[in-house]
Ligand binder design. Structure first.
Ligand code: HEC
Length: 487
């Protein structure tokens, strides 16, 4: 009689779960504080069934061994605890999501997997109760294995909801990442704080630490995804979150500068507020145009407290030994560039104090600086971001050498002997923004070479054969993003 009643009760509970699974009761409107109060026990109680299931699994496996078969007698009790624990965890979980108005896809998925887990654990109970039949013994074992699968998925999802999806894998060593099909994390290879990209390495870093648990592609609170730059620009419910160049018009800046007890203040939920320096840095970055790619050095004069913050952050990113190793490399590089300077008479200056990117000028040696001279710079080619070879003896032969200067942003070839027959090859220099060909012997038939340089922002052609209305028009059409014909 009792067995029958219990069976009916279990089937009834399973039915409720099936209904919840199909109907999905979660909505986006948070409903009640009292519900949330109970719901918040979810993160605590969910560990109970995980623990009980592990004990159950261990008992079941051990009881296979001849001397240990007596252990089987304790499995019904442990299984009962598993079922009760699961029911409590699932109930508090649903109450939590319902009460706080979370119905993001990941939350719904987590709920459904957990409901399935609940249904399976009830099934396990039934199979155990009717365990004398061979069939239910078999069903019990299969269901137990599937239950462990569900348990794993449910706990992993749950972890992803609270800590972000990459919580487990974030610090996985690069040597293991390919095994799990993960991208190898780019290490920060810059040698000094001035080489950090202000958005990617600093501003975004602050967001990751303080905001992205609530503002990521899976959990877009206020419809705002802060994980990508595009997400920031797109903004959320109220529209764009940053206005490039104007922090006062930026919802994001507004939210972090409100009084800390304001309902709209970010981060919410009693999370620690950003420090004054972090707030100032974000505001400053927005006011400077909120560029996603410029390095610290390229931003020019950064207010001292912000610069200090960036230095500190950089130091925390790399270990003491790495820092020393990098400093040694930098010293070595400086020394070899200094000897190059003595040998060739060219002026090489770091793009910012202590930076490992350089500007190069040849005005002191214009008459001697020829194609062979340039080749001697090859070992440092990728360190040079600005090069002024104006008035030197460089010819078209040098264009090939110049393609090694992968990080070049600005190249001045004015009044050299370049005639332009290979200039199209410079299209390989993806960072090249400015090319000065003023006063060269470039002829009108080189147009085809120049039209390949679609990465350019500025192209100077004054006093060349190309500098005439017709060709300039053609160039402007082929290079719509480029200012052509400036002096
Ligand atoms: C604990 C979760 C949580 C954290 C952490 C959090 N937010 Fe929010 N955020 C929310 C919620 C919920 C909303 C939607 C309600 C609202 O607009 O106030 C929101 C909305 C916003 C909005 C408005 C979006 C729009 O267009 O309406 C901005 C901007 C914002 N957050 C920025 C931030 C920043 C910056 C941080 C980090 C310093 C941060 N949030 C951290 C939960 C969070």
């Amino acid at each position: 009689m009792l067995k029958k009643l219990l069976t009916i009760f279990i089937l009834f509970l399973a039915l409720v779960m099936v209904v919840l699974f199909i109907s999905n009761p979660l909505t986006s409107t948070g409903s009640s504080d009292t519900l949330q109060f109970f719901g918040r026990f979810h993160p605590v109680v969910l560990h109970l069934p995980i623990g009980f299931f592990i004990v159950l699994g261990v008992l079941e496996v051990l009881s296979f061994f001849p001397g240990l078969s007596k252990l089987r007698a304790s499995t019904p009790i442990v299984l009962t605890l598993c079922i009760i624990g699961t029911l409590v965890a699932v109930t508090t979980g649903i109450i939590l999501a319902y009460g706080s108005g979370s119905n993001e896809p990941l939350v719904v998925y987590h709920m459904r997997v957990s409901l399935l887990l609940g249904i399976f654990s009830l099934g396990l109970g039934l199979f155990k109760m009717y365990g004398n039949h061979l069939l239910s013994k078999f069903a019990y074992r299969v269901a137990l294995i599937l239950t462990f699968g569900l348990l794993f998925v449910a706990s992993h999802n749950g972890g992803s909801i609270t800590h972000g999806e990459d919580y487990l894998t974030k610090y996985m060593p690069n040597s293991l990442r390919p095994i799990f099909g993960l991208e190898v994390e780019k290490e920060i290879v810059v040698a000094s704080a001035s080489d950090l990209v202000l958005y990617r390495d600093v501003v975004h870093h602050i967001f990751e630490q303080n905001c992205n648990t609530c503002h990521n592609p899976n959990k877009k609170k206020g419809e705002l995804n802060m994980e990508t730059y595009e997400g920031l620009l797109k903004g959320g419910d109220t529209g764009y979150s940053i206005a490039q160049g104007d922090s006062d018009d930026s919802e994001l800046y507004f939210r972090i500068t409100l009084p800390h007890d304001d309902d709209d203040f970010m981060p919410t939920d009693g999370k620690p507020p950003l420090s004054d320096t972090e707030v100032a840095l974000i505001g400053w970055w927005i006011d400077q145009g909120a560029d996603p790619e410029l390095t610290v050095a390229q931003h020019g004069e950064i207010p001292a407290p912000l610069q200090d913050y960036i230095e500190e952050l950089f130091n925390s990113m790399v270990s003491e030994e790495e820092l020393e190793a990098r400093e040694a490399l930098r010293q070595e590089l400086y020394a070899s560039l200094a000897s190059l300077h003595e040998k060739l008479g060219i002026v090489i200056t770091p793009s910012a104090p202590n930076a490992t990117e350089f500007k190069i000028e040849t005005f002191a040696v214009q008459k001697d600086f020829n194609d062979q001279f340039l080749e001697q710079l090859s070992p440092f080619a990728d360190k040079i971001v600005e090069a002024d070879f104006s008035n030197t003896q460089l010819t078209d032969q040098s264009v090939e050498t110049l393609t090694q200067f992968k990080n070049l942003r600005s190249l001045n070839l004015s009044k050299t002997r370049i005639q332009g027959q290979d200039l199209g090859k410079l299209s390989q220099l993806s960072n090249l923004e400015s090319l000065n060909l003023y006063g060269t012997e470039l002829t009108a038939d080189r147009l085809d070479e120049l039209t390949q340089l679609t990465q350019l922002k500025n192209l100077y052609l004054y006093q060349t054969e190309l500098y005439e209305a017709d060709t300039i028009d053609q160039l402007k059409q082929a290079l719509p993003d480029c200012n052509v014909a400036f002096n």
